[in-house]
Every structure is written in C-alpha cells, then in structure tokens.
Design a protein. Structure first.
Length: 510
C-alpha cells in the first residue's frame, strides 16, 4: 500500500497567530454556463471544472490562512483528479512501472488508493487513453481508451466495505487516438483525436450518439492536430487545433456541422515550455450574461503571444491583448481561468517538462522559466479587451483554480532557486500573492503544470509527478493556543508566513 507522508513538515504545516489575509471584494461576475445535465457534480466533473472549461468554481477553498497539507506518494503521475457525488476521487494516473494510465479510486481523506483499473496504453499520444475524461450524471468516469472504446467506469462499495471499479458500458467508436472528450447539451459524447487517421491528414472531431448508437465524425484540414481538450456550451462544442479555433454542432439528422472557424497565428514553431506547436490553451466559454457568450484561447505568435476572445455564436473577434513580455514569458501551455468578464492566464514559457513529453523542436531551443500571470477583462458591451494587472514574479508550476466563493485564486509555485514547491493563494483583484505554504522540494513534488480540483468541503486536491496531495484550512487558534503551538513547533509556523507581492501595472485597452 502506498505510504502517506508529510515529508519533513508536520501535517499541520502552518499555524499562524494572525487571522487570514482578506483580499478586497471584486465583482468577478458570478455567471456560469448552465450546468450540463449529462455531467456529474458541477465544479468537479472535469479537469477544467465544467463543460465550458472555465477553470472556475463557486466552491470556497482553503483560504489564505493556515492550511494542512497531506501527501500521498503513489509512484504515478496524477494528471486528472475528479470528485464523484459521494466525495470519492476518480483519478487517471500514469504509473512509473509500465507507463500506462490507470483509473485510481482514491479516498478523499487519507488519499489512499482503494481500487484501481488498468487502461490500455496508447502508442500515439501521451494524452490519449483517458487523461482528458469526465464524470457523467451517474458519477461514472467517461473516457475513450487507446483501443477506441468509449467506456463508462463505475465505482461501488461492497458489503464488506471494500471498493470496486467496473466497466458499466463499453462501445467501440473506431478512433483509438482520442485526446479529449466532453458531452454536449443533448447527451452526445464528443471526442477529438490527436492526429489524423492517415499520415498528414487532419485530426478528427466527432461524437457518439447514445440515441442512435452511431458515431459521426468530421476531419479537419490536412496537417491540423489537436493537443488540448474540448469544451461545450449551449452554443456548441469548441476545439482548438494547432492552426484554428472551431465551434461544431450535431445536426438533427446525424452528422457534424462546422459552425465557424477562426485561424490564429500559430508562430514559427513550438515555444519552450509548451508541449506542441500551436495554442497551448483548451478553449474556455465565459461571459457576464449567459456565461457562454465569449470564448477564449491564446495564439502562438512569436515573440509576443496574445490572448484572443471571440463571440461564441459566430466567431466574430471581440479583441486581443498582448500576453506578458515578448521573448521573456509570453507563452503558455495552460488553459485560461475565465468567468464573467475576466480572464486569468499563467505563463509556462521556458518551463521544463519531463524528457520526451514535448512534440518537435522549440524556437528558441531553450529559455529560462520566469513565470508570470495576467488578468485581462472584456470591456463592457464586448467592445475590446483591457489588461487589468500583470504579476511577473509568480512562477506557477500548476494550472490555477479560481474560486468565486471566496474570491481567491489557488495554485502551486516553484522557487526556481531552491526547487521548493509552495501552495499559494492570490487576490484576483490585484494579482498579489497573499499566502505561501511549502510543500516540498523533491522531484516527485513537481506539479508539472497540472490542474487541481476544489471540492465542496473546501479541500483542494492537486496531482504531482509522484502522486497527489490535499490542502485544507486549519481553524485559527486563539492567542494562547497559537503561542503554545508556535513554541512546540520550534517556530516552524513561520514557514507559512503571509506575504503580498506582485508587479501590477495597467496597460492600454485592445
């Protein structure tokens, strides 16, 4: 059984005498797209929080005060952590022993794996075979395995208390190279392949209809690949290829209709800190009124990358904004956080992934990872974009999660000088880091730009190169209790001291 540990730090890593730092209130815009009726719990059923891939949730998180961190070393990379309606964690992790994805059912408190199921190893893409998956309305994990079978995997507890994973449904759809899967608002299960079915052909976007038991597919133009997940809203299903952003719909007679296509500047090559050539962003639907009137990705222009926003109904460009500093940190492999009028994006330019993870040479061949994060707002009436703030010191090593419940952004940063990974909270109003808690500096603590999941109990779960960890709030002690704790810990409470930092500046509107 994997060992639960807290490394060199006590389980309660921070006990502070001061109350939590509160960020100023901000009208983030609480409008989310309507819940997809064919998905499980809102906020925890997909890697990017919901069908729209907004990366935002109404659940409050651990906060900016003292937190408790529990870690579990499972000798596997936990790329996807989803939470079912009963609170159990349904994860897809790649084990070291065989480099194969496994479904792991994890206890949300101890983080111990209580059941597991081996999936089919893909020979085409690291993302194929179940990494991008979702929970359906029965909390079954939905994925397409590397044999091209659409599967729904259920978890049940036996009379003796043990847990079991089982394949509740398996349907061959004929496409083994699937890197993304999401349901539309009619119950069709959409999928996207990494490459075409023949050399040089475009990737395939399509769906399986449970009503007709048929698979329908659409082939992209020659040479276009897909390296990110797909998203859905009542306006349709969005995918970003290595050359263009698309929205598709299912026809009433069975088939795939391209609603619109917008090409973007893909640049001369993959940037260092990206995994593929083209945008690094999964498309995100967002907006202040319906929650899905806009859609955003980044381009891959060199040396200055831009954040792009389009009208989701017809693809009309709303505006673009330069992303951070050209040639320094203007590049990302991450999806945006997007809710209301606001977009938040972190830089991965120069971030070092494990050998073999990236596809093709980068231009330049290497770069220093300096991090950075930016907030861009859509102007009232959708007449353009404006940069609200830029933080050039945040070296985020994970894809952040935004909570509109407590008005905080959560992520993991890495201190590039010491290789220490820290859990941090940020103020979305200003971009300032409000609190920092060390996690560890071992290679297995690396969060590999993966995204965490924030549950309804306020606990955040984050995958790492070696397993996963949870972060939960610790009740603030009274003064006397705090002094006793501080002395008992030998002053260790200082590890979690709060700090506020960031380089905020307002740029022109675009």
């Amino acid at each position: 059984m994997p060992r639960s540990h807290s490394q060199a730090f006590p389980v309660t890593m921070v006990i502070a005498l001061l109350g939590p730092v509160s960020c100023s209130d901000v009208a983030l815009g609480q409008t989310y797209p309507p819940s997809n009726p064919f998905m499980g719990p809102v906020g925890t059923s997909t890697m990017h929080a919901n069908a729209a891939s907004s990366g935002a949730t109404t659940y409050s998180g651990p906060g900016s005060g003292p937190v408790s961190i529990v870690q579990q070393n499972s000798s596997a990379v936990f790329a996807s952590i989803l939470m079912a309606s009963d609170g159990m964690l349904m994860c897809v992790a790649t084990k070291y022993v065989d480099a194969t994805p496994w479904v792991q059912l994890v206890d949300p408190v101890s983080l111990a794996t209580v059941a597991e199921m081996k999936l089919v190893k893909s020979n085409t893409s690291d993302l194929a075979g179940g990494i991008y998956s979702y929970l359906d309305d029965q909390s079954r994990l939905v994925l397409v395995n590397a044999d091209g079978d659409l599967q729904r995997i259920a978890h049940t507890q036996q009379p003796n208390g043990s847990w079991q994973l089982s394949v509740a449904e398996s349907v061959p759809i004929g496409y083994p190279d699937v890197v993304g899967v999401v349901p539309d608002y009619s119950g069709n299960v959409w999928f996207a392949t990494a490459q075409g079915t023949t050399p040089g052909a475009g990737a395939v976007i399509g769906y399986y209809s449970p009503t007709s038991s048929q698979t329908y597919a659409y082939t992209l133009p020659a040479g276009e690949a897909i390296a990110n997940s797909i998203s859905s809203s009542p306006d349709g299903v969005a995918i970003a290829s290595t050359a263009a952003l698309y929205v598709f719909e299912a026809t009433t007679t069975g088939g795939v209709t391209e609603t619109w296509r917008q090409a973007y500047d893909r640049g001369p090559a993959r940037k260092p800190g990206q995994l593929s050539w083209g945008t690094g962003s999964t498309p995100a639907f967002f907006g202040p009124d319906t929650g899905f009137e806009y859609i955003t990705i980044t381009n891959n222009a060199s040396p200055q990358e831009s954040i792009l926003v389009f009208d989701s109904s017809d693809g009309t460009p709303i505006g673009s904004a330069p992303f951070l500093t050209a040639g320094v940190n203007s590049g990302t492999e991450n999806a945006s956080l997007a809710v209301g009028n606001s977009i938040y994006l972190t830089s991965t330019y120069g971030y070092e992934y494990p050998p073999g993870a990236a596809t093709g040479p980068s231009d330049p061949a290497s770069a220093t990872f300096v991090g950075g994060m930016q907030r861009v707002d859509v102007l009232p009436g959708g007449v353009g974009l404006t940069t609200v703030w830029e933080n050039h010191t945040l070296t985020s090593a994970a894809l952040p999660r935004l909570s509109t419940g407590d008005n905080l952004i959560y992520t993991v940063e890495v201190d590039v000088a010491t290789n220490m990974y820290n859990f941090v909270s940020l103020d979305p109003t200003t971009g300032q880091v409000l609190s920092t808690t060390p996690i560890g500096n071992a290679s297995l603590d690396n969060t590999l730009q993966m995204v965490g999941t924030l549950g309804p109990s306020g606990v955040l779960y984050q995958g790492t190169e070696g397993g996963l960890f949870s972060v939960s709030a610790v009740p603030e002690p009274g003064l006397f209790t705090g002094l006793v704790t501080m002395l008992a810990a030998g002053g260790g409470w200082l590890r979690g001291r709060k700090r506020a930092r960031g380089d905020e500046r307002t740029a022109s509107s675009f």
